[in-house]
Write a protein that binds this ligand. Structure first.
Ligand SMILES: Nc1nc2c(ncn2[C@@H]2O[C@H](COP(=O)(O)OP(=O)(O)OP(=O)(O)O)[C@@H](O)[C@H]2O)c(=O)[nH]1
Ligand SMILES: [Mg+2]
Length: 363
């Protein structure tokens, strides 16, 4: 099970270019079809573990990216495009919104001019419209159900109706669902509707090579109004990142240095999406395979085991856990065992970022 992230944006904003950069893919940027690709999550600790444990195999965690074919414009209005794109988007864990900032006379901007703020506002509107339409339909269905409902069903329906009305009122005031303070129960009820404005959002401003010197100041300027709970802005030069993704690591490093870029834009996008999703990494080292896994922060050991295999969740006995830092201090798992740093934890242990875990289970 991997993390899924949907890439949306206006036509010709650079979605497919950024998708190719993220997935080291070569999807045709002229092709309007949706693209799906996998990216390996950059995790420096994985390399350290490999150097220490010399496993036969190393398996990084993965993110799946979906580059939606259609433009975000008309997502809510145009039923044909909207319906198809909504199906593609309905299961993603987070959204990346690509906004065009690069200038290129040969590729006219679909809105006639460059305007980052306008494009962000329009995307927010599209997501809001789409969510409002969905909630309206749900409300109509609740009305119908209430007419024939038994007394026992009524209270549940009425509670749902009340919650939807509350969220609808906020959406009408342009407050996306991701910014609402919902109770755990309300959030659970809402999650079944798969509302787009509820997803964590990373706004990726696609700059031209000539704008690279201003990349950081532009990101800071835009984060000040737009950075909200579960929403961030970053800048990236899509075209250059796509070229870098096709190169060997050393050659990419050299080219990056030539442009004065210190951090890979692709790595930054993945890192930010992980932060927005509240994901942490843990590692397993069984059977001479070092693997990285992603779980939501706050996940119990038994659920983390279930990520690996359902048998490990149902047959969970306990987990042998050591933090990455403690393992580094010891140099090996056997030394850690000697020093008593390998902890035995039960089902309800909350997995911490960087834990190296061996799960013990019955089959
Ligand atoms: N100069 C410049 N051109 C770019 C950049 N990013 C993308 N482009 C170009 O802009 C055009 C559109 O990019 P795509 O990645 O296809 O954009 P898209 O949003 O997927 O477009 P459609 O799917 O066709 O709507 C392509 O010709 C890209 O080469 C950039 O950072 N700088
Ligand atoms: Mg495209």
């Amino acid at each position: 099970m991997s993390v899924d992230i949907g890439i949306i944006g206006l036509a010709k904003s650079g979605r497919t270019t950024i998708f190719n950069a993220l997935t080291r893919g070569k999807a045709d940027t002229g092709d309007l079809a949706p693209h799906i690709g996998i990216a390996k999550v950059p995790e420096p600790r994985l390399k350290v573990l490999v150097d220490m444990l010399h496993p036969k195999k190393v398996v990084p965690a993965e993110v799946r990216y979906v580059d939606i074919g259609a433009s975000v414009k008309g997502l809510a209005k145009d039923k044909a495009i909207g319906g198809q794109s909504l199906t593609q988007l309905s299961n993603v864990d987070a959204l990346i919104y690509v906004v065009r900032a690069f200038t290129d006379e040969s590729i006219p901007h679909v809105e006639g001019s460059l305007d980052i703020e306008r494009d962000i506002a329009n995307m927010n509107l599209e997501l809001t419209f789409s969510d409002l339409a969905l909630l309206e339909r749900r409300l109509e269905r609740i009305e119908v159900s209430l007419k024939g409902a038994k007394q026992t069903e009524r209270s549940g329906l009425l509670r749902e109706q009340e919650l939807i009305m509350k969220i609808k009122a906020d959406l009408e005031k342009d407050v996306p669902v991701r910014e609402l303070a919902l109770s755990t129960e309300e959030a659970r009820a809402m999650s079944s509707y798969q509302l787009l404005s509820a997803r964590p959002l990373l706004i990726v401003v696609n700059i031209g090579e000539d704008q690279l010197p201003q990349a950081e100041s532009l990101a800071a300027e835009l984060n000040s109004p737009y950075s909200q709970q579960r929403c961030r802005v970053t800048t990236v030069c899509g075209k250059l990142e796509m070229e870098l993704a096709q190169l060997e690591d050393d050659a990419a490093e050299e080219l990056r240095a030539e442009f004065g870029i210190t951090e890979s834009g692709v790595d930054r996008i993945i890192k930010l999406s992980y932060e927005l999703l509240g994901l942490i990494s843990f590692f397993t080292t069984a059977s001479s395979e070092v693997k990285a896994w992603s779980v939501q922060s706050g996940t119990e050991a038994v659920k983390a085991a279930g990520k690996i295999h359902s048998d490990m969740e149902t047959g969970f006995i306990r987990a042998e856990v050591i933090s990455f830092d403690d393992l580094m201090k010891c140099g090996s798992l056997s030394e850690a065992r000697k020093r008593g740093l390998l902890r035995l934890e039960g089902k309800n242990y909350i997995v911490q970022d960087g834990d190296v875990i061996t799960f013990l289970f019955n089959v």
